[in-house]
Every structure is written in structure tokens, then in C-alpha cells.
Design a binder for this molecule. Structure first.
Ligand SMILES: [Mn+2]
Length: 338
């Protein structure tokens, strides 16, 4: 039978052998996404089956609401306060060890293992590095490794890893999605993953409060600079008004970016003592991290954030517009066709 990740098979078997009799803490990146959650829990199950003395899962943040039904009895312990150095760390889906938690990294300087698919993580930072930057999801890589090594995949792990793959590939539509992605997903269905159930968990459990928050955000959208920039606002008191929680503002800014022609999208949130902002560029070439840096923030080329303290929205808004205008002019200059 063809193997999915033949060059990593020995490393994976070594990791399972190393885990025997040891206490292992599986850690994922902060603000975990579906790929991270599913990979952490699935790997914990396998390491336990492989004979680890004890396995826990760590994360800086709790399991997000959306993925609660994939816990199957597992949960995250807070990475920040995990001090038991009789454990060894294995990371998943974390391009950089610093993405897990600073305190954890300081306490456990060298992880035993690292399973990942991020392009920036080609070298690895653990003793055993299982990295394939062509895998569309860590879940795809982990599932393929399990199949290659002949490790049984439980129905629970099949659902988890199918979910992780669905999330990282936006339902199998990203450019990272390959024939292998589908083949492994097919095997997960064979092993008991229920695609309809997974979809129901991910897409049919919206809270009314979040939709009300979204409605308010959409109402506020304002276009600037010939409709190249779209800004939306969450005003003071919106959480009380809608009943939504702060975390439910995650992803709202993507609606502003999704508009045809919009190049830079902004979500502004009025805080008691300032203005919080999320910036998105329609591609890394927009370098929105440079705008965020003007307010002491930072992030990635296409996604960044900041908190501008001491500002009132009425004085902040024109200042931001001025900075974005300048940023767009620089962008146009750089990209002018000669
Ligand atoms: Mn991932």
C-alpha cells in the first residue's frame, strides 16, 4: 500500500516508542484553531495507547466553543501555569515554539516532538521533528502518519482529524488542498468520521448573540478611498446590548475584507480607555502590520492588530484614515506599473 508520508514514518514510530512509560504534555499554539484542537486531542489519545504513563493537553487558551464537541472527555490545561517538569512536551500545529506560551517554553526548553505543516517551520525545534510543509493541515499529516504506521484510528479521532482538515482547508478549497488531502479524508470517513455531523458542529451552532453582533458590525461598515478600504465599528455597550461575549468578535473583520474591491479591512472596537483595532489586507503585499505598528501593535503581513490607549473614537478615526491613506499611496508607488 502506498504510504502518505514515507520519509516521516520512522520518526513517527520513534516518537511513539519514546513516549512509552513517559509523561507527555501535548501543546498547541495559542488561540487554537480547529486543526490545533483536533491534532492535540488525537495525538494525546495515540500517545496514551502507545503506552505513555500519562498524557495531558496544554494550551494558553481554552477550547473554543465551536470545537467543544470534539473533546470526547479531553480538555486543555492552561500552559501558562503548567510547571510539572517530569513531563516532556510534544507540540502540534505550532510553526514556532514561541506560539505555544512563553512561560511553557522557558520551563521546557527542548520539546521531545513537533508535528507541523507550516512553511516557516521547515527545520523544526524539537528532538523529533515531523514536518511536512505540503500537508494542508497538521490533522492531515497526523492522520496520514497514523495510517502509515498502522495505528488504529478511533471514530472519535476520525471525527477530530476530519474536522481539523476541513477547517484548515476551508472545506477542501484552499490551494494547499491536494489529492493526498482527499485520500486521507476518505480514509477518515472509512474509519468512522461523519462528515454531516462534523459540518453540523462547525456551521450550525451559531449563537443568536453573535449574529446580532455581526448584524451591528455589518450595519456600521463604511467605505473609504474609492472603496478600497472598509471600516466597521463595535461601539461601547455593544456586548451588553447583544449579549455576545468579547471572543465572538473574532472573524467579523473578514466580512469587511470579503467585499469585492476592498484591499484593506478594519474592525475598530471602542474600549473604556482607547480603541482596539484589527486589520486585514487582501494578501500579504498590503503589510497591514506596519499600520498596526504605528499604534504599538503588530502581527502578520495580512493580519495585524493594536490597542491605541488614551484615544477617543472621534479623534482616532481621522488619524487612522490619514495613516491608511499614506500607506495606500506608498503601496501604489511600489506597485506602479513602469
Ligand atoms: Mn494548521
Amino acid at each position: 500500500m502506498a504510504e502518505y508520508f514515507p520519509e516521516l514514518k520512522d520518526g513517527f514510530k520513534k516518537l511513539l516508542a519514546e513516549a512509552k512509560g513517559k509523561k507527555i504534555a501535548v501543546a498547541g499554539h495559542m488561540r487554537p484553531d480547529g486543526d490545533c484542537v483536533s491534532s492535540e486531542f488525537a495525538l494525546a489519545d495515540i500517545l496514551e495507547k502507545a503506552g505513555a504513563a500519562e498524557v495531558v493537553c496544554l494550551n494558553q487558551n481554552p477550547v473554543p466553543y465551536l470545537y467543544e464537541n470534539f473533546k470526547y472527555g479531553r480538555d486543555f490545561l492552561p500552559a501558562e501555569t503548567f510547571t510539572d517538569t517530569s513531563f516532556e512536551i510534544v507540540t502540534v500545529d505550532s510553526a514556532d515554539y514561541a506560539r505555544t506560551n512563553d512561560a511553557l517554553r522557558a520551563r521546557f526548553p527542548k520539546p521531545l516532538g513537533c508535528i507541523d505543516h507550516h512553511v516557516s517551520n521547515d527545520a523544526g525545534y524539537a528532538k523529533i521533528n515531523l514536518i511536512d510543509t505540503k500537508a494542508a493541515a497538521t490533522a492531515e499529516l497526523l492522520a496520514g502518519l497514523m495510517m502509515d504506521a498502522g495505528v488504529d484510528i478511533s471514530r472519535e479521532n476520525a471525527n477530530r482529524l476530519f474536522m481539523g482538515t476541513v477547517m484548515d482547508t476551508r472545506q477542501f478549497t484552499t490551494s494547499s488542498t491536494t489529492q493526498k488531502t482527499f485520500e486521507i479524508a476518505m480514509c477518515l470517513i472509512r474509519d468512522g468520521a461523519d462528515a454531516a455531523w462534523v459540518a453540523q458542529q462547525l456551521y450550525q451552532r451559531e449563537k443568536l448573540s453573535r449574529l446580532k453582533l455581526l448584524a451591528s458590525f455589518l450595519q456600521s461598515l463604511t467605505m473609504h478611498f474609492s472603496d478600497r478600504v472598509c471600516i466597521g465599528l463595535l461601539p461601547k455597550g455593544i456586548y451588553e446590548q447583544t449579549g455576545a461575549e468579547k471572543a465572538e468578535s473574532d472573524g467579523l473583520v473578514d466580512y469587511a475584507r470579503s467585499i469585492d474591491g476592498v484591499e484593506i479591512a478594519v474592525l475598530l472596537e471602542e474600549m473604556p480607555n482607547g480603541v482596539k483595532g484589527s486589520l486585514r489586507g487582501k494578501g500579504p503585499q498590503y503589510q497591514v502590520n506596519l499600520i498596526a505598528a504605528q499604534f504599538g501593535g503588530g502581527g502578520h503581513l495580512a493580519a495585524a492588530g493594536f490597542t491605541a490607549e488614551g484615544y477617543d473614537i472621534n479623534t482616532f478615526y481621522p488619524k487612522l484614515l490619514g495613516l491608511i491613506e499614506e500607506h495606500l499611496q506608498n503601496y501604489d508607488k511600489l506597485n506602479a506599473k513602469i
